[in-house]
Design a protein around this ligand. Structure first.
Ligand code: UFG
Length: 324
């Protein structure tokens, strides 16, 4: 297939592009490089463009005539979305409107989007199935829920085929060391642990030790980015074979607490992690763990890299790239 990948210069997008090329698909990356990196857009042809630029996007779609679209281009930070909701609705919802209009105009019928566990908000029962009612507690999660609703409506009106992959906590880096996480500012737990180990920050702040969990710290379901990458290919192939549209959770089904992540980081780095307890971070649910069996049974997806030690090893190697 020829696949148009929006946001292919970002963290998850670049891993997906590498994976797609490795499985014989042609890739066109469409990215405005606002949070992505030109160096990471090295798998496939690169088109510099903004998702909100209707004319450019449509021109790109007309020139390349893709068989399907994988849509990563979006803002993705929960805290930022609380401070600037307009930017999230403009980029994530508005960008998806532009994309769906261009697809419709050019007759492109299949799309896989980056969804998120943030659509579930603060669910009471673990693990979380796709049938748990969506109830986002921040504009980021809400913007992704609106995106899913738009896909449903386009499916009903125009025969669009779609999958939303609801990621839990994306982590790790390319096992070959060719791409990885580079956020600015970096807010995610594992890279911040490494920043503390390397002395780039004085200590990791551990947000909240009084949650109703066995060790008092938040539990998350960490999924290796290489496993996320393979799920996008499988989802597009599934749609091509006539699979039914819908959302799929991408997680392992196993939760790790922040303290367990710290322990795994110490094993990977061979050094203690300087940390200090800090108050809870606003908006953090105590526990988010996926029930991932739908993606396994329907898409045939098997996570191969998502053991915590492999996540840590690959992420630590990427963090230290270029350092002697
Ligand atoms: N944490 C710390 N210290 C830090 C950073 C994080 O203690 O410096 C804790 C958080 O409180 C949380 C856990 O580590 O309990 C994981 O935090 P991350 O920021 O790495 O990830 P989140 O779970 O907040 O966010 C992820 C994705 C979002 C997505 C969300 C779904 O990054 O895009 O899951 O809830 F929206």
């Amino acid at each position: 297939m020829k696949i148009l990948v929006t946001g292919g210069a970002g963290y998850i997008g670049s891993h997906a592009c590498k994976h797609l090329l490795g499985h014989g698909h042609d890739v066109v990356v469409y990215d405005n490089l606002s949070t992505g990196f030109r160096d990471l857009a090295r798998w496939g042809e690169f088109e510099h463009g903004d998702i909100l630029d209707d004319a450019r996007l449509r021109g790109c779609m007309r020139r390349h005539r893709p068989d399907g679209v994988i849509h990563f281009a979006a803002l993705s930070q929960v805290g930022e979305s609380m401070r600037d909701p307009g930017a999230y609705y403009r980029n994530n919802v508005g960008g998806t409107i532009c994309l769906l209009d261009a697809m419709r105009a050019e007759g492109v019928k299949r799309i896989v989007i980056s969804g998120t566990a943030a659509v579930y908000g603060r669910p009471e029962h673990m693990p979380i199935t796709e049938d748990v009612p969506a109830a986002p507690i921040n504009p980021y999660g809400m913007s992704k829920l609106f995106m899913e609703q738009m896909l449903r409506d386009h499916a009903a009106a125009h025969g669009l085929h779609w999958v939303s992959l609801r990621y839990f906590n994306a982590a790790g880096a390319d096992p070959d060391g060719e791409t990885g996480e580079m956020h600015d500012p970096e807010t995610h737990l594992i890279p911040r642990i490494f920043m503390a180990v390397a002395g780039d920050i004085p200590a990791l702040e551990l947000f909240g030790g009084d949650y109703p969990t066995p060790d008092g710290t938040c539990i998350r379901d960490y999924i290796h980015v290489a496993d996320l990458a393979s799920a996008h290919r499988l989802a597009l192939e599934y749609l091509t074979e006539g699979g039914e549209s819908g959302p799929f959770n991408l997680g392992t089904g196993k939760g790790s607490s922040v303290r367990e992540v710290l322990d795994a980081a110490e094993r990977a780095c061979g050094r203690p992690v300087p940390f200090r307890m800090a108050p809870r971070r606003a908006g953090d649910p105590p526990e988010l763990v996926a029930e991932p069996s739908r993606a396994r049974s329907v898409l045939g997806w098997t996570p191969l890299h998502s053991g915590m030690d492999e996540i840590m090893r690959t992420a630590w190697a990427w963090f230290n790239r270029g350092k002697s």
